[in-house]
Design a protein around this ligand. Sequence first.
Ligand code: HEM
Ligand code: HEM
Length: 186
Amino acid sequence: MRHNDLSSGAEFAGYTAVAVILHWAMVLLLAAQYAIGWSMPEIRRGTQPETLINLHLSAGALILLLLAVRLAWRLTHSAPPPPAGLPGWQNRASSLIHGVLYLLLVVVPVLGWMNASARGWTVTLFSLVPLPALAAQGAPLGRSAGDVHVVLSYILLAAVAVHVLAALYHRFVLRDEVMRRMLPGL
Ligand code: HEM
Ligand code: HEM
C-alpha cells in the first residue's frame, strides 16, 4: 500500500493554531516538571517545601490550569478528521492513547496536590494565588496519594513515549501527514 506523500496536501486539515500552541506549551511544561520532580530534595515527614519543591507545586498547578483551557478548547473545537487511508485500528489506538494522556494529565497533578495538602503545604501559583487544600492535613488518603502520584507519573511518561514513537513512525516510516497536523505554521 502506498501512503500519502508529505507534499501532497490539497485537502490537508491540521489542528487550530490555538490547539497547536496549547499542545507544545504542555510539552515544555511537562519536560520542566519532570526535571524539577527528579532534582528536588527527597521529601520526608516534616520536610518544608523549599525552592524546588515549591516550583514543582506551582508548575503542577500551571499544568492543571493549562489543561483546563485545553480541554475547554478541545470540547468546543473538534480534532481535524483523520488523514484518509489510515487503518481503523490506528485511529482507535490514537484516540485511546489521547484519552489516557488527558486522563493522567488530570489525575497525576490532583494526586500530587492532595499529597501536598496532606503534608500541610499550601499550593500556590508562583506565590501569587493561594489555592485551596484538596485533603485535610495528615489525612491518610492524601498521604498514599503521593505514592500513587509518583507511580502514575511514570505511567504517564510511558504513555507519552508510545505517543511520541507513533508520531515519529508516521513522520519518518509511513511518511504520512499525521505529524504535520500538530506542527506550527505548516
Ligand atoms: C503532570 C504534572 C506532574 C508531574 C509529571 C509530576 C511528577 C513528579 C515526579 C517525577 C516526582 C518525583 C518522583 C520521585 O521521587 O522519583 C513527583 C513528586 C511529587 N510531586 Fe509531582 N508531578 C506533577 C504535578 C504535581 C502537583 C500539581 C503537585 C502538587 C500541587 C505535585 C506534588 C508532588 C509531591 C508532594 C511529590 C513528592 C511525593 C512523595 O515523594 O511522596 N506534583 N512529581
Ligand atoms: C515530542 C513530543 C510530541 C510529539 C512529536 C507529539 C505529536 C503529536 C501529534 C502529531 C498529534 C496529532 C495526532 C493526530 O493528528 O491524531 C498529537 C496530539 C496530541 N498530543 Fe502530542 N506530541 C508530543 C508530546 C505530547 C505530550 C508530552 C503530551 C501530553 C502528555 C501530548 C498529548 C497529546 C494529546 C492529548 C493529543 C490529542 C489532541 C486532541 O485531538 O485532542 N503530546 N501529538
